[in-house]
Design a protein around this ligand. Structure first.
Ligand SMILES: Cc1cc2nc3c(=O)[nH]c(=O)nc-3n(C[C@H](O)[C@H](O)[C@H](O)COP(=O)(O)OP(=O)(O)OC[C@H]3O[C@@H](n4cnc5c(N)ncnc54)[C@H](O)[C@@H]3O)c2cc1C
Ligand code: FES
Length: 284
């Protein structure tokens, strides 16, 4: 994908809920009607959302775009989210026809270099949200023969089988879907990082690329594995956000620099997608 949107539209729009349901315990899929310019968004980009007309919580919350569908009735954006605190609890109670204020699409999405034939998607928990969109996007591009992609393998991990989100979509979009669960209720019994490590021999530095999103320890683990084999890897980072547009510096992450001092980049504006080797990993 070389057409990553660099200059995102940053206007705030009203988006109406057209569908909203619990896909698994504490995990919801919300479909919102958005303006047609969202169709230009690429996987990895995100939106900032708050309930329209509601002051509490004051700050909007960031969510990856999980899908975009265009119909003759308009453009529908999917948000796949986990309830973890105040904002997501309020979202989870919203019904069809309720309205949200949405800013986006924001940030820089995944970037697909043209020479990569083998793609590994490594997804942990709700971190699958941008990767399902990416898998479908890449499949469409491959079908349109825009890219010389030979295979897309998804390593999908969750704590238990019921929380393996977007399984059907990934099975359709990818050449192969490899499953892991922490409790052994489906697929490999262990973490998705271990599962990926077990298949690392299928990937090389000259024809492969890894795209990864999930909890911090998982991304740290994947970053460590790919580093050993010099396989390029892009990660979608998560930090708490306030402005979403690079103004407050609240979402800064430490990145490597050539000098003595560490450098900071913002997840919202410079990311959320980064090259894994540029990040100074907290546990590294
Ligand atoms: C670019 C980006 C994309 C995201 N995409 C998704 C997505 O597609 N689906 C999804 O479920 N979530 C996603 N998130 C995370 C989501 O934004 C948070 O879960 C949400 O903001 C929590 O809001 P809350 O009010 O429910 O929780 P709060 O009440 O604000 O916080 C509850 C707890 O969660 C912690 N927390 C809150 N936000 C984050 C965060 N971003 N990272 C780490 N810890 C946090 C807080 O420190 C606190 O302990 C994304 C985050 C970013 C930055
Ligand atoms: S959220 Fe304000 S700079 Fe990123």
């Amino acid at each position: 994908m070389t057409n990553t949107i660099k200059e995102s539209k940053k206007s705030i729009v009203t988006a109406r809920i057209v569908d909203h349901y619990e896909v698994a315990r504490n995990h919801f899929l919300m479909s919102l009607k958005v303006p047609s310019y969202f169709q230009a968004a690429v996987p990895g980009q995100f939106v900032m959302m708050r309930v329209k007309g509601r002051e509490d919580p004051f700050l909007p919350r960031p969510f990856s775009i999980n899908f975009l569908n265009s119909h003759n009735t308009g453009t529908i954006m999917g948000i796949l989210y986990k309830v973890i605190g105040k904002g997501t609890t309020i979202f989870s109670r919203l019904k069809k026809d309720d309205e949200l204020s949405v800013m986006g699409p924001l940030g820089n999405g995944f970037n697909m270099p043209p020479d990569r034939k083998k793609i590994a998607l490594v997804a942990g928990g709700v971190g699958v949200a941008p990767l399902s969109f990416l898998a479908e996007y890449l499949k469409r591009q491959t079908n349109a023969s825009a890219q010389g992609i030979e295979e897309i393998v998804c390593f999908l991990g969750a704590s238990t089988s019921q929380l393996l989100l977007d399984r059907g979509r990934l099975a359709d979009a990818c050449s192969k879907l490899m499953i892991s669960t922490d409790d052994g209720s489906d697929g490999y019994h262990g973490t998705v990082t271990e599962l990926f490590q077990n298949h690392i021999d299928s990937y090389t530095d000259n024809d492969s690329i890894v795209f990864c999103c999930g909890p911090d320890p998982m991304m740290t683990g994947v970053a460590g594995i790919v580093k050993k084999y010099s396989i390029p890897c892009q990660v979608s980072m998560e930090e708490r956000m306030a402005c979403g547009v690079g103004a407050c510096l609240g979402c800064a992450v430490r990145v490597k620099s050539h000098g003595d001092r560490p450098r900071y980049m913002t997840v919202c504006k410079d990311g959320p997608v980064f090259d894994s080797k540029d990040i100074i990993w907290k546990q590294a």
